[in-house]
Design a protein around this ligand. Sequence first.
Ligand code: ACO
Length: 435
Amino acid sequence: MANNTLTVTDNRTGTSYTLPIEHGTIRTMDLRQIKTGPEDFGLMGYDPAFTNTASCRSSVTYIDGDRGILRYRGYPIEVLAEHCSFLEVAYLLVWGELPTQAQMNDWVYQITHHTMVHETVKKLLEGFRYNAHPMGMFVSTVAALSTLYPEAKHVEDAEIRKHQMFRLIGKVPTIAAYCYRHSKGYPYVYPDNDLSYTGNFMNMLWRMMEPKYVANPVLERALDILFILHADHEQNCSANAMRSVGSALTDPYLTTAAAASALAGPLHGGANEAVLRMLDEIGSKQNVPAYIKRIKEGHSKLMGFGHRVYKNYDPRAKIIKWTAERVFEATGRNTKLDIALELERIALEDEYFVKRKLYPNVDFYSGIIYQAMGFLPEMFTVMFAIPRTAGWLAQWNEMLTDPEQKIARPRQVYTGEQERAFVPLEKRGAVATAR
Ligand code: ACO
């Protein structure tokens, strides 16, 4: 018998089965042959929240959560954060290799020349109330791009896919900036093709009457690093949404909007905003022990702590801390930092957090930096969605070109009623009482 197999015995029947093991996994479809009789559907795997199920083969991002390793296409995140620009990393994620100079020039040209959005987008944004959450506006506007590019539905065409990727990576900063300007009541600022990806984003956010916006180079680079750190994270909740929705061959605008919707939740990308709200609630360093006590009593979670995959430390959190110091040299120290450091210090010593392997994740410090740079907390998750669009598209493109993938359609364990006799409306009160 080959070594790379698993033998299981079904104690209901006494039958043994040998299943192949590949890449440390068995195919759950191989369980289907395990039956108690011809009428039996066959064994399935039950894995709520996919805690131990691989849904795809992927060569985009590698994480070793126990050792705190994160690599995009084989390159350690620390190396990419130190040496690359965000657009270089976006190219790497989408196309699998770091670009040559010529490829990079073309990529930057294409992205830069797809930053403008149709004028109707401004009208669409006008429809939102002044206090609409930017993430809701962002999701809706990305979805609305679907109406402007009907050819995008031909997702099986590689050239069409490529074009939509230029558009999406190019336009998400513009949409994000327009959402911000709308909530402030400021006029929209058109993209400036002379500027870098992040420099242009800052221009569209913050330019007022000056003829040419010049970003602080320290902040521009810090934002670029933060974008690199947020660009992909393998099969997280939003990437899974991207793949799942995209598997129906939905166009990439609607699919990206679905992924961004998943990101908006406070347990995922929305955590960065929640961290800031939590730090506001704590108020000062002295209140940290009482807050930790409340968390241990189960009243709430320590936002920005814990991760499904990282059980040692989140390597992105380390780089973010380093970046925070550079940013604070330029902006002055965010007073929230002291509360965050105290929370981290106490939590890392506390048995509750140690036992559960809860460490600061990428969102614990990112909000503090963003706030110091001048971003409003409502914008934090939108800031996350901009670079993550590159990762979503890399995952989407990989899914669509994977011959093993089909429409994503999980099974369920049905726990409801078996067939019941229908009771007419006028007689139901009695039935309900009886139950
Ligand atoms: N604060 C307090 N306790 C926590 C926290 C936290 N932040 N995170 C997990 N726990 C506890 C759980 O209550 C549970 O305790 P129990 O064993 O006594 O029941 C245990 O640790 C295991 O946690 P799970 O919720 O089972 O872990 P899971 O992998 O499902 O969740 C998640 C991971 C969602 C990130 C969780 O840690 C969390 O809610 N963190 C706070 C929100 C957050 O920061 N999200 C951002 C994640 S990074 C990202 O998406 C970009």
